[in-house]
Design a protein around this ligand. Structure first.
Ligand code: MN
Length: 246
């Protein structure tokens, strides 16, 4: 069950008294039972086909909601542009224009989302640890006031990411702004959005970083063991990074 699937109430909110059966089917069956079947088809793929179906049918009243959902489900700005360009040839030029006008508005939010971080972004992170542009603001270290934790705020510019690495006592990430990815070696990448919390087990190889078209800001909390809180490994290659967003 994906955390992105929230309890849907749109049907009941809009039609609960006028068409209670339709509202129930919308909220409990379509969004309650069909959308969450992620083992059968990912939420991202469901978003792509839903957006395609709505544009094809000219159903723009429903499109805005589903473009936002597609964005939440990991469809990037460049991908939505490509999807609509592709559709233009099959469903008609005017439908593509209408869809683009809507998508442009929905996908421009990222910039607003991320410029109000609580702390300044700190110093530029070393390329020994990061790929692309990443800023690190140290907030607390274990020496201060007998604090046990190493706490920092990390700002990844679009495409910015850590190298593959491990933590001797694990790590907790709290996402405060933007969108990005967390991936453990050998597993599918998980989408990170504002409010995501990731508990990373000790000694598990992983990376975290921004999406292609959005910054990501997270607070990272880790513990020291034998004077270190991280072991850096190989970089996340372009191939590995592109794979997750295709
Ligand atoms: Mn980590």
């Amino acid at each position: 069950m994906n955390d992105n699937i929230k309890k849907q109430t749109a049907g009941r909110d809009a039609l609960g008294t006028f068409a209670p059966k339709f509202a129930e089917l919308n909220d409990d069956v379509l969004f309650g039972e069909i959308w969450p079947r992620e083992a059968e088809l990912s939420a991202r793929d469901r978003s792509v086909i839903t957006v395609t179906a709505l544009i094809s049918g000219g159903n723009f009243e429903q499109l805005s909601f589903h473009l936002k959902k597609a964005k939440e489900n990991g469809v990037t700005k460049s991908e939505i542009a490509e999807i609509i360009t592709h559709l233009a040839f099959y469903v008609g030029w005017p439908k593509a224009w209408s869809a683009f006008n809507m998508a442009k508005e929905i996908y421009k939010e990222d910039k607003i989302l991320i410029d109000n971080s609580i702390w300044d972004k700190g110093e530029k992170g070393s390329s020994d640890w990061f790929t692309g542009t990443v800023w690190v603001k140290g907030l607390l270290s274990p020496d201060e006031m007998e604090n046990l934790y190493n706490i920092g705020c990390v700002t990844f510019e679009p495409c910015g990411r850590t190298l593959w690495h491990t933590h001797p006592v694990g790590q907790t990430l709290l996402v405060t702004e933007g969108r990005g990815w967390y991936q453990e070696r050998g597993k599918p990448a998980l989408l990170l959005t504002k409010g995501s919390v990731v508990a990373i087990p000790k000694e598990v190889e992983h990376w975290h970083g921004a999406a292609k078209d959005s910054k990501l800001v997270h607070i990272a909390i880790s513990n020291m063991k034998d004077g270190s809180n991280v072991t850096w490994l190989k970089s996340v290659t372009e191939g590995e990074y592109n794979d997750i967003q295709n």
